[in-house]
Write a protein that binds this ligand. Structure first.
Ligand code: TRP
Length: 333
């Protein structure tokens, strides 16, 4: 029997290259090897944005379109929306009962989120009960499909640890081996930084989106930080001190291209502006197919909605089987 993976993403709007290279590309590969379930975590979006829901529906569709464009294949993977699977909310209740409060309080990712919230002024600076429940809800997402593994970025590994602990505790309490203890699957590709050298993020305005046009991408790439000590084209460059542009070359260029860039830069034969012009073209070349597909799905939104409702159905079937077992194990009436 093939192993099952589950993973999700919050609907934060159009996705950027950090999402694509860090997570989605991995899913695209893994879907051929595993029975794969990918969902849009719209309930998780509410943990911090319960008062900003006006774009939520659209964001769910945008994320889905990015996935489809990037190569998640609805013929082999199940793509669904978290809030369309009410069984997840029920499982969340059962798991919440067996989870000690200090497990969620210790969760490092949650601590970071809380810190960010606190530094933002306004009403949203409160940490809600729902946000405290983030790791339990995430465990419900994963255990709902009784997954064997969860492909995520490194930032999510602590959450998966809690899921394993909760699964083990549930099994102990109800004297069963029903739930698997899911393993994280990490992507070994190097993390892509933002155009300013910091972590790529939508709110930092340093990202390149999958959905950006070639023109926008080319313009953005021109703002990428290079070797700060280099003033003129003829100055000898230091590719290893080039904060962003050379790192992007290593991600998008062939081995041969990277070595040409390196030697021309070191010899002072390649200016940073020219280098970034070429780099922008290279990135656009790599993304051209994905972007073409994205435009297709944007123009066929009914097809996207059909894919989601098919996925909801398949996910609910599996969820129904699991929740029936859980009710029996807990000995509900
Ligand atoms: N916390 C994840 C993120 O911020 C999203 C998520 C929610 C998730 N539930 C999940 C990821 C279950 C993997 C499995 O990206």
């Amino acid at each position: 029997m093939s192993q099952l993976i589950v993973s999700g993403m919050r609907p934060t709007g159009k996705l950027h290259l950090g999402h694509y290279l860090g997570v989605i590309q991995n899913w695209v590969k893994l879907q051929h090897k595993y029975d794969s379930y990918f969902f849009v975590a719209d309930w998780h979006a509410l943990t911090t944005k319960y008062d900003k829901t006006e774009n939520l529906k659209n964001d769910v569709l945008d994320v889905t379109i990015d996935w489809l464009a990037a190569g998640i294949d609805p013929e082999i993977s199940t793509i669904y929306v978290q809030s369309h699977i009410p069984e997840i909310a029920e499982l969340n209740v059962y798991l919440g009962m067996v989870t000690p409060q200090n497990w969620v309080e210790r969760d490092p990712t949650l601590k970071d989120m809380a810190k960010i919230l606190r530094t933002k002024e306004g009403q949203n600076s409160q940490i809600s009960y729902g946000l405290m429940g983030y790791p339990v809800l995430m465990s419900a997402d994963i255990m709902m499909m009784n997954a064997n593994a969860v492909p995520v970025g490194v930032d999510q590994v602590a959450h998966i640890e809690i899921t394993r602990d909760i699964a083990r505790r549930f099994n102990n309490i109800y004297n069963t081996e029903f739930f698997n203890e899911p393993q994280p699957i990490l992507n070994h590709c190097s993390l892509i930084c933002g155009l300013d050298g910091n972590k790529m993020g939508k709110s930092f305005q340093n990202d390149i989106k999958i959905s950006d046009t070639a023109e926008v991408t080319a313009k953005k790439v021109m703002t990428a930080i290079t070797d700060r000590s280099r003033m003129r084209k003829t100055d000898l460059g230091h590719p290893d001190d080039c904060e962003v542009a050379f790192k992007y070359w290593k991600i998008f260029g062939s081995e041969q291209e990277v070595s040409i860039v390196r030697s021309e830069c070191e010899k002072g034969e390649r200016g940073c502006a020219d280098c970034k012009r070429q780099l922008g073209a290279k990135i656009n070349e790599c993304l051209a197919q994905i972007r073409e597909k994205r435009v297709y799905y944007e123009n066929h939104i009914d097809e996207v909605k059909d894919i989601l409702s098919e996925g909801d159905k398949k996910a609910r079937k599996r969820a129904g089987e699991v929740i029936a077992q859980v009710r029996e194990l807990v000995r509900m009436y």
